[in-house]
Write a protein that binds this ligand. Structure first.
Ligand code: PAF
Length: 283
């Protein structure tokens, strides 16, 4: 298991058949859904899945419904051979690589609508994004039928929404959140880092620096959200700030004091590249 290249499956029917056969053998399936352009952060998710289950499934699908009209769908990085090599190295058994028409066939018209958790942070800046994520994740879960699924904490709001989705729709899948994997200087790993020029890459580190500065100040005793946000803002070197917010970890509602577990989250443009990052504070 997990030796050599992963089996590449291109249709939903074949993927479900693979899953049924594994379950019939009494095997547990771990699932890592991705949009490809795999980096070390994804590899950590895959390794985690490898450890937790008998079978490890990965999906690679650049989901068009989670991109806005002015976003980067057309130029989103794609590298299937590179992805499969990394997946093999992490012990992946199967890579599900569907076509858009297999996930959204003619006549497709059902969408998962997300409530309060999609209202703040990325929600207003990316209308329809989380409905697109929730819909494709629900569909992938129904095709792959995993026992557990693994997501990165870098997309903190996405993770919260997926947890809610699984609970609200009684999907019976265990959701595992894995801490953000960072470059040596602190930059959160992201497929979109590939867009950064050398000069932009230098400035991109200011996101994590800003978050860490606020976290350090909180650890030193500062509990006032406004003061922590000011510390973070002062360290940012970005071209446009979409948001910098300190929120309750469960509800994602902004807080005024760190008197419970919170997440400090940022989204900003460096040049034309939009990056997000977050750290937990007070947990
Ligand atoms: O995090 C991602 O890569 C995507 O949002 C996901 C979960 C694979 C859904 O398309």
């Amino acid at each position: 298991m997990g030796m050599g290249d992963p089996l590449v499956i291109r249709t939903a029917a074949e993927m479900s058949a693979w899953s049924s056969a594994a379950h019939a053998r009494g095997e547990r399936i771990a699932f890592v859904p991705t949009m490809g352009a795999l980096h070390e952060g994804h590899v950590v998710l895959l390794r985690d899945g490898r450890r937790r289950a008998d079978r490890l499934a990965l999906s690679i699908f650049v989901n068009p419904t989670q991109f806005g009209p002015r976003e980067d769908l057309a130029c989103y990085p794609r590298d299937l051979p590179g992805d499969l090599a990394k997946a093999a190295g992490a012990g992946t058994d199967v890579a599900f690589v569907p076509e858009v028409g297999d996930i959204y066939p003619a006549g497709f018209q059902t969408t998962v609508e997300v409530g309060e958790l999609a209202r703040g942070l990325d929600g207003p800046f990316r209308p329809g994004h989380f409905a697109g994520v929730a819909t494709v994740v629900a569909k992938l879960f129904n095709i792959v039928r995993p026992d557990l699924a693994i997501f990165g904490e870098k997309d903190f709001q996405q993770l919260a929404i997926v947890r809610r989705l699984v609970a609200d729709l009684a999907m019976g899948i265990e959701i595992i959140g894995v801490p953000t994997v960072r470059e040596g200087d602190g930059l959160a790993m992201s497929s979109r880092n590939a867009y950064l020029t050398t000069a932009e890459r230098v400035r991109a580190v200011s996101l994590s620096r800003a978050l860490f500065a606020a976290r350090d100040r909180a650890a030193a005793g500062e509990g006032d959200a406004a003061a922590l946000l000011e510390t973070a803002r002062a360290a940012l070197d970005v071209d446009r700030l979409d948001y910098l917010e300190l929120c309750d970890v469960d509800t994602l509602v902004p807080v005024t004091r760190v008197d419970r577990p919170t997440v400090l989250a940022v989204a900003a443009f460096i040049g034309r590249t939009r990056l997000i990052d977050n750290v937990r504070i007070g947990s």
